[in-house]
Design a protein around this ligand. Sequence first.
Ligand SMILES: *Cc1c(COP(=O)(O)O)cnc(C)c1O
Length: 398
Amino acid sequence: MSEAFEKIRDEEKRLLCRSYSRYPLAIVRGEGSRLWDIDGREYIDLLAGIAVVGLGHCNPELRAALDAQAGKLWHVSNLFYQPEQLELAEILLSTTHHDKAFFCNSGAEANEACIKLARRYMRKVKKRDAYEIITLKDAFHGRTLGTLAATGRESLADGFAPLPEGFAQVPPNDPAALEAKISPVTAAVMLECVQGESGVVPLPPEYLREVEAICRKRDILLICDEVQCGLCRTGRFWAFQHAGIKPDAISAAKSLANGLPMGAMLATEEMAKGFEPGSHATTFGGGALVSAVARKTIEIMSRDDMAAEAADKGAELKEELLKLQCEFPEKIKEVRGLGLMLGVEFRESARPVWEKLLEAGFICGLSHEKVLRLLPPLTIARDDLRKFAIALQEIAGA
Ligand SMILES: *Cc1c(COP(=O)(O)O)cnc(C)c1O
């Protein structure tokens, strides 16, 4: 470890709250799918800031959009009409069956908006005192008190009780358990079509269609958390589109503004009736600067068919990874995922492999010790993916 790195590590200890366990790297520059650390070492980025930098680091077109807006207007608040927000809403809504958008600043906030709208819709429009949100085991919906309750993972809630009431959990892939949990107080089911934080676990399309049918039959809402799996990552614009379902609302964030903080809730005309002026608000949400960048991001994703790009590249990489699983069945337990959202689960800890990949210049994610999580920029070169597969083969075989 270099002196420069050790200095930054010590400074962080002195200056920041201890809430992160970090990878042993300080990154100072990025371009496309390449990153450089404080010592000038180059890396191929297969994590993209946790599925955020979908169109690559310092994307030139997005830089131009950012620069143009930066000289015009940054922020005026939601007290005003803002054309940038409308232009973004128009193009974002053209990618889905939803009719109305609400902009915020993060994934957790986008989920909070979904939860609040679901409850208020039930009370004000349906005239039912229904508030409970049913989520799935191993879900991740965020770290605010509300979304932590929705996440339902005890380890993450440690020391933060009491969490808000009105959340229940059922195991995934068990429609009977879901049906049994629904009661007159149930407002909605909320799920990730591909569970990200729990180690890239896609839910089967048949199950998702069954969940939708149950929601329709029992007249409750269906919400899809597309914060990680949305925006072309899985090979469709939205992950729910693989299953052909029509959730009443979805949340988006991570790659929405390619690295600037932004979240969005998209809802149907009907569900959106739950909000009136004054119901919900955020100071920063949908500001001019971030909206202009997000609009350009979505424009590029549509124009360049990044969903097809992710599907093709992801299929190629998955094939290579499946070959490695055949080659090393005693080490690799499972390869799973959709598009460029892939997980490689090892039988033992994946940490040694992850560390050697880092030494060889490849940055990937490590989930639950055993899963290598791959979320590269959607623009990554096929050659970089091949280099990664070769490096992984060498390291797994060593
Ligand atoms: C990252 C993530 C969130 C939380 O997003 P933040 O921007 O960190 O609040 C919520 N849901 C899913 C599926 C995520 O991956």
